[in-house]
Design a binder for this molecule. Structure first.
Ligand SMILES: Nc1nc2c(c(=O)[nH]1)N[C@H]1C(S)=C(S)[C@@H](COP(=O)(O)OP(=O)(O)OC[C@H]3O[C@@H](n4cnc5c(N)ncnc54)[C@H](O)[C@@H]3O)O[C@H]1N2
Ligand code: MOO
Length: 340
């Protein structure tokens, strides 16, 4: 094999008996987009009219040089480099390989790896944002090279970057899916108006549905007045009962009856963040009591279909610890209030 590749153009009429160098695509707007002929297909007399119908006057005949990779092989190697736990890769089609989730869980996609790959000219990988909730079979990423042939050294650079990443992350790949654990949550619903029966509780059902959608559950819901001592007692009760997560609803804003943040502090929690730069949900509080996460949930979590709670709960269910920096970076792109 010589080092450099040779691509020869051949008129389709003269191509009978030659093998296609790449997949050929047919697009019929609104009806079909996909592979008409596969790479390696040996052209027959009866294919010529089909080739002309998709606009092909010429095909390539390829002699691959040892310094180059065919688009299919480059895509397979980039996908394998990125592939981590609970991720499968597809066969190449039209030069593209997809990475798919094998399970329901939380997609973990390393931005710096993806940026490094895309910084290498002619290589491309498009991904979901990290921390997206995904289902089995859902696409996480797609990767391809832009020309038909690409320098092998470029793909090898991706493989080295992935290897470095694995070394720094206990063998995990840059794109993986973390399964959800089954958390048993203790829910403390504050508000004298709810406690005294002036208002029917609407927070409990919302929180329960969100936990159950991720495979977790409410172990018990307890109610208390807007009284710091009562809230601290309920927090202690749930800690002693061994729940995995404590959620305190209501009493999160600025009036004198909003006792929740003070009570969580008084219970001895380490506060990660009081307030989040996302709308709605900006009054949400994240803290830990030992290993047990405790969230203060503002009224908007009950009222709005999507808030910062929907962003953080999947991470907690995946067993991922929330740091202050996870909260601060939510502001950019974190405006949901007017999105309907
Ligand atoms: N001047 C300011 N006003 C508000 C601020 C602020 O920073 N400055 N923050 C706003 C934000 S953001 C939110 S969210 C809301 C609500 O925050 P709270 O968590 O303190 O909510 P509460 O005062 O406890 O209740 C508000 C409202 O919701 C009803 N509620 C509460 N819990 C239940 C329940 N379990 N079931 C049914 N209804 C419930 C409660 O009765 C009140 O009507 O504050 C903004 N205002
Ligand atoms: O905390 Mo409020 O939750 O932004 O609407």
């Amino acid at each position: 094999m010589s080092r450099t590749s040779v691509l020869r153009e051949v008129k389709v009429e003269e191509a009978v008996g030659l093998a296609l160098a790449h997949d050929l695509t047919r697009i019929v707007p609104g009806e079909f987009k996909g592979r008409l002929f596969r790479k390696g297909h040996v052209i027959r007399e009866e294919d010529i009219s089909e080739l002309k119908r998709i606009g092909k006057e010429h095909i390539y005949v390829l002699e691959l040089g040892e310094d180059d990779l065919h688009e299919n092989d480059a895509a397979i190697r980039m996908a394998r480099a990125a592939c981590g736990s609970n991720v499968t890769t597809t066969e190449p089609s039209e030069g593209k390989v997809m990475l798919k989730s094998a399970i329901r869980g939380l997609a973990r996609v390393d931005k710096s790896f993806v940026d490094e790959l895309n910084g290498i000219e002619q290589l491309a990988m498009a991904t979901l944002p990290t921390n997206t909730v995904v289902s089995p079979g859902q696409s996480l990423a797609g990767t391809r090279v832009i020309p038909l042939l690409v320098a092998k050294s470029k793909v090898e650079a991706v493989e080295r970057a992935a290897e470095r990443w694995r070394d720094a992350h206990m063998g995990e790949g840059p794109i993986s899916v973390t399964p959800f654990r089954t958390l048993h949550a203790g829910v403390i619903t504050t508000g004298s108006e709810v406690y005294n029966g002036l208002v029917e509780d609407k927070f409990g059902p919302v929180v329960r549905a969100k936990l159950e959608a991720l495979g977790s559950s409410v172990a018990e819901q307890r109610f208390c007045k807007d009284d710091s001592g009562d809230i601290v007692r309920e927090i202690d009760y749930f800690l002693a009962s061994g729940v995995d997560l404590i959620l305190v609803t209501g009493g999160m804003s600025v009036d004198p009856d909003d006792r929740t943040p003070g009570a969580i502090k008084q219970a001895g929690a380490r506060i990660v963040s009081h307030g989040t730069p996302m709308l709605p949900g900006s009054m949400l509080l994240v803290a830990y009591l030992g290993d047990v996460p405790i969230l203060g949930l503002p009224g908007s979590v009950m009222h709005d279909p999507f808030t910062v709670f929907d962003v953080l709960l999947p991470r907690l269910c995946a067993g991922i610890a929330i740091e202050r920096s996870d909260i601060t970076e939510l502001g950019y792109g974190g405006l949901f209030a007017d999105r309907g």
